[in-house]
Write a protein that binds this ligand. Sequence first.
Ligand SMILES: *Cc1c(COP(=O)(O)O)cnc(C)c1O
Length: 423
Amino acid sequence: MRDTRNSLSGNGSERLEFNTALLHQAAPCDPATGATLPPVYQVSAFAQESAEKLERVFHNQAPGFAYTRIGNPTVDAFEKRIAALEGGIGAIACSSGMAAVTMALLNILQSGDEVIAGAGLFGGTIDLFGDLRQLGITARFADTITAERVSALITDKTRAVFTELIGNPKLNIVDLKAVSALCRSRGIPLIIDSTTATPFLIHPLEWGADIVIHSTSKYINGGGNAISGIIIDSGRFEWDCSRYAGFSEYKKFGKAAYLAKLRNGIWRNTGGCLAPFNAFLNLVGLETLGLRMERICENAKRLAEYLQTVDGMTVNYPALPQHPDYALVQSQFGGRGGAILTLRTGSKERAFRLINHLQYALNATNIGDVRTLVIHPASTIYAHSTPEQQITAGVYPDTIRISTGIEDIEDLIADFAQAIAQL
Ligand SMILES: *Cc1c(COP(=O)(O)O)cnc(C)c1O
């Protein structure tokens, strides 16, 4: 239809500015109707005109769709836009962020393998590593992910390094250049959960990561209205079949070996596909990612600056000059510290009372919503962790986590001020 848009979509070789890319990169109008957004193909199956055609579709020998668990045009459009945005060779969307984490790992790991992981990971991911132990896969945790710590944990069984860039809720920042250089030198893939950083702060594949995952339930969806996740591959890692046994039959796909294995294997067979309607909600949300991130990062910074003036409270936000990773915020994220801050209030009772007195900040277990959300992590998301695990994750009995929304900052500061006044 409109060739101008298709010509912009390309393969990511042209560099569009961020907000323009969100609207015009890999975003062709619907060829059948000119619809400006991909239609929602809310169907389970796709009929083909002949048995021969369906056979070819099933064997990836002809373009087309067969069954939504295996592929769906709305989901496909979402995958292509995220892959282009992150600079990957392709992406696979999943039913949740946890499904993306699980499948990104199980696509390469088998019994006897080890993963090195940051101890400050999202609580669900820490719990998952507990489950993986029953499959014979061992996580070795580093309290912080640095080249030195990772290097010290590598054994001949290490098959992946997995970390978040901005720990949630510890808010420590990984030096991606240093860690990816180490992983490359040791022939180990680096998998980055970039949920809290978002493509607005960084494209980890350009900094040397091999695979990126997002819980797209958060900032990419942006409206808090659908659960989903995505896995993006750089196509750069060389999967040596003597170390990654499952890859022998996928070597023929070259750079696409990881995605081909995932799509034809664990992702398809566990049925963790993304629903077409949720893909559509994400496509809508994605278009305003830049505007929302600009606003919510600024709100987080302003709220942090206010909270650090309050007696008896300790605020943690990466873009405050006293934060230990402030230099990395400047070099890696262009000075932006993300949209999460934590506050130590003095006691669990004070934390609860503060949460209970807030009017606009909702008490909910989510991040990346347009609404400001607060939670007491120790009694909720980290309830399954040991006290030691909680402390390495930056979770204390008096910690509250704040995920800033797009409200006017004057109202947010006033809301926290009135709640603090009632302590
Ligand atoms: C929320 C989250 C996940 C899990 O995503 P779901 O969509 O809730 O399954 C994984 N990693 C991080 C950093 C998260 O914030």
